[in-house]
Design a protein. Structure first.
Length: 95
């Protein structure tokens, strides 16, 4: 799912209660003022860093630049300019 950045404002992050997900990105719809929660990050897999400010999974941070580059090469085609998505949050906040 993609959310236009001009219609949604990122409010922050929280721990996800969805199975196997790390975090929810909290988006505010600027028109309806409704909150959308976008789950992202696999809680069973490592990640390069954690820029969410929560750092609830420090044991999963590996800091391996080779793995980071491989992830970015696999997932960059899921990103769309001007849109939020689960891939956007994983790419920019976890990798």
């Amino acid at each position: 799912m993609y959310y236009a950045q001009d219609k949604f404002k990122l409010q922050g992050f929280e721990k996800s209660n969805r199975k196997d997900k790390m975090y929810n990105a909290i988006l505010l719809n600027k028109d309806t003022m409704k909150i959308i929660k976008v789950p992202f990050g696999d809680s069973n897999m490592g990640n390069y860093t954690d820029s969410t400010g929560l750092n609830l999974y420090p044991q999963l941070i590996h800091g391996d630049k080779k793995r980071r580059k491989a992830f970015q090469n696999r997932f960059h085609h899921f990103l769309r300019d001007g849109f939020y998505s689960p891939s956007f949050f994983s790419y920019y906040y976890l990798w």
